[in-house]
Design a protein around this ligand. Structure first.
Ligand SMILES: Nc1ncnc2c1ncn2[C@@H]1O[C@H](COP(=O)(O)OP(=O)(O)OP(=O)(O)O)[C@@H](O)[C@H]1O
Length: 702
């Protein structure tokens, strides 16, 4: 039976499988549709993710991360032929990215020409500059400011890279002093550059929220595009101003991310300042309206003859000059400028807040006080306008020139007390080092050898210390050679007749100073002038005439707080940092642009050198003599005299010692563009300076 059953079972079994098929098919369909649903869901989610959201739109804004290898290719492996210049923290290269270079899946890079700044990490200041640039680039969008496109890094080589828009004509410094670009002989171009910079600063001070203080306005930080339109660059020392007297200092080491994509933890540290000790200056800050603009009483001198020519263009006899209307307070400030400076300086506690840490150290309170004092000294040594009992630059320049004429090495005792003692210290150190070397050498070789020839025996050169010394010497020699050849380039490209004499003279002096020793006479002079600030940035040639060509050569590094000659006096003294520091630097830059020379420059015959060496003092002198147009660069073609006088007057307004007397950048733009009334010369630079005892002298006249 069972076998029968079994025999009949195939049909039964078949019947059974037929039963199983529908649920199986149903299951499979269900599974398939589930899978389909899942896929669709996943696609939706991924679509949602890739759809542009608010945050994505932000991420499309620069700065972006660039691939290091793409940059390497773009710059032909950072080839020297692509080098645009050398800054304090690294070289800048021209780069050409592949057309249609993709930063990410969504971002295609349209512009292919870039400038790549390669910074070797290691210095705190360099890192700070890197971070600062990125921070500000994400906040700033203005056609008068060089945009930072992105960044990159190579951890293996410890390199940080910044990518900027390429400015075809390089820096204003280069174009004005080294390349001597023909375009800059055109007055309209120079005026346009001045306007561009003023507008850039106006944007930073008045249209950024919070306002941005650049902190290092100087010709090498002004870049020119193909059409010689100027843009402000280098935000390494920039900072935010939150509200009056409140500066935001960024402490990148501590917290918070700076920009999208920057893998760094830093944050914006806000510090609220305690009341600044400005005793006696409250009144000065009370501005009043004059000529359609807000101006403090000190910033203008009201004269009966109001035309610019009457004020500055013509040499006026004392009788012809109408007596200036000056408030007694102004006169007091003029009579005792040092007092004024003392009053503006902030309490010691505030100094630390403003200073950018150098070498990661914050000095103690005592040290701060010392710094502040030396900064102030530096300022006074720069300025010849007011004769002080000691340390006027007049003496320094005179003595220096005297020494140059006599072809003698300047004696260490003519430099200011502090610097001279330092120089003496340095010399002492050098002597000691020499003595030690000699002793060591004597111990190795016999006495006869020493007396005969002071050269070391050949067999000793393998020693590490001598290898290093040899290397150093070689580098120095090479550097000098390249500088020499560069200066020759400048000489041939030179369209400035005065410079021919200058370069020839300099060549002679160079060879002389080479034979003299390691310190050139200009170094000696500068040490006397700028004290600590100069020592903090020995490679700065921005402000000084002993021209070290910068095209592809050495550039300048700002010290902790800006660049010598461009820093506002209160900045150097450790006082309140405000937009007015930028205004001051703009004033110096404007004079430099019009005069076509550096703030400290020695040209021409020795006797005229003395008066002209310091541009600010020279301008002051010319203002008092009513010959302001003498300041204008002789090489400028088709000069618009009215505009030139306007520019010089605005520059002098910006250069007033009291920050509150300086105009705002909005006012500067207004004055330069003609929207505001033409300004009058400030009291400090007036052709008829108020006497120290105005009331006494008036009595005498009666
Ligand atoms: N975006 C750019 N386009 C073209 N050239 C540039 C650009 N950025 C810098 N350079 C060139 O490279 C040089 C060095 O620039 P960098 O900003 O590193 O130095 P610096 O501002 O002169 O010195 P420091 O930063 O030490 O004050 C400039 O003087 C300029 O000639």
């Amino acid at each position: 039976m069972p076998s029968r059953h079994l025999l009949s079972s195939p049909s039964a079994a078949h019947h059974g499988t037929n039963h199983l098929l529908p649920p199986l098919a149903g299951g499979l369909t269900a599974a398939f549709s589930c899978l389909l649903l899942l896929v669709l869901c996943l696609r939706r989610i991924s679509k949602k993710r890739t759809a542009p959201s608010a945050s994505d739109t932000d991420s499309k804004k620069p700065p972006h991360r660039f691939s290091y290898s793409a940059l390497r290719r773009a710059t032909s492996n950072f080839s020297p032929s692509n080098r645009l210049g050398q800054g304090g923290f690294g070289a800048v290269y021209r780069g050409e990215l592949k057309p249609g270079y993709r930063l990410s899946r969504d971002i295609v890079f349209t512009s292919s020409r870039v400038a790549v700044k390669v910074m070797d990490s290691g210095s705190l200041q360099g890192e700070r500059e890197f971070q600062n640039e990125l921070l500000f680039s994400s906040k700033i969008d203005c056609k008068y400011i060089v945009s930072v496109m992105g960044f990159s890094s190579n951890p293996r080589k410890r390199r940080m890279l910044l990518i900027y828009e390429l400015m075809e004509n390089g820096s204003l410094q280069d174009c004005l002093f080294h390349k001597k670009s023909e375009e800059l002989r055109n007055w309209d171009k120079r005026f346009l550059i001045a306007m561009n910079i003023a507008r850039g600063l106006e944007y930073l001070h008045h249209y950024c929220d919070p306002p941005v203080i650049h902190g290092d306005i100087k010709p090498s930080n002004i870049l020119l595009d193909g059409g010689f339109n100027a843009k402000i660059a280098d935000f390494g020392l920039a900072r935010f101003k939150v509200e009056d007297n409140n500066i935001v200092e960024v402490d990148f080491k501590k917290e918070g991310s700076v920009t999208n994509g920057v893998e760094d933890n830093g944050s914006v540290m806000e510090e609220t300042e305690s009341a600044i000790t400005t005793s006696g200056f409250e009144e000065v800050n009370n501005v009043h309206h004059l000529g359609g603009m807000e101006r403090s009483p000190e910033s203008v001198i009201v004269r009966v003859e109001a035309s610019p020519e009457a004020v500055v263009g013509v040499e006026l006899s004392p009788e012809a000059e109408s007596a200036p209307v000056v408030s007694p307070r102004t006169v007091a400030a003029m009579a005792s400028p040092s007092d004024g400076l003392e009053k503006t300086s902030v309490s010691e506690g505030n100094f630390d807040r403003f200073s950018v840490e150098s070498g990661g150290e914050r000095s103690g309170l005592k040290k701060k006080k010392k710094k502040s004092v030396s900064g102030k000294d530096w300022w006074w040594k720069q300025d010849t306008a007011v004769d002080r009992e000691s340390g006027t630059v007049k003496d320094y320049v005179m003595e220096w020139i005297g020494n140059e004429i006599k072809k003698e090495r300047p004696r260490s005792d003519w430099i200011g007390a502090s610097s001279s003692s330092q120089t003496v210290g340095k010399m002492e150190k050098k002597k000691k080092k020499k003595r030690r070397q000699l002793d060591w050498w004597v111990s190795l070789d016999d006495e006869r050898n020493v007396k005969k020839d002071k050269r070391r025996p050949a067999r000793e050169w393998w020693k590490e210390e001598y290898c290093e010394e040899l290397e150093r010497k070689k580098k120095k020699k090479k550097k000098k050679q390249t500088q020499g050849s560069m200066s020759d380039d400048c000489y041939t490209a030179n369209w400035w007749p005065r410079d021919a004499e200058f370069y020839a003279d300099r060549k002679k002096k160079r060879s002389r100073s080479r034979s003299r020793g390691s310190l050139g006479s200009m170094d000696w002079w500068l040490e006397g002038i700028s004290g600590e600030l100069w020592r903090a940035r020995k490679n700065s040639y921005d402000s000084i005439s002993w021209e070290i060509p910068k095209s592809g050569g050495i550039s300048s590094t700002p010290s902790m707080r800006g660049t010598v000659c461009y820093i506002a006096p209160e900045y150097g003294g450790g006082a309140e940092v405000s937009e007015k520091c930028d205004v001051y630097s703009f004033g110096v830059l404007l004079l430099v642009l019009i005069a076509g020379r550096r703030p400290l420059q020695v040209t021409g015959s020795p006797m005229s050198e003395f008066q002209r060496a310091n541009l600010l003092s020279w301008a002051r002198h010319l203002a008092r003599a009513g010959k302001l147009l003498d300041l204008v660069d002789q090489n400028i073609l088709s000069l618009n005299k009215e505009q030139a006088l306007l520019c010089i007057t605005v520059a002098l307004l910006c250069l007033q010692k009291s920050p509150s007397s300086r105009p705002s950048m909005k006012e500067v733009v207004g004055m330069l563009s003609g929207d505001l009334a033409a300004p009058q010369l400030p009291v400090e630079f007036s052709p008829s300076p108020p006497s120290r005892f105005p009331f006494k002298s008036r009595k005498k006249v009666r």
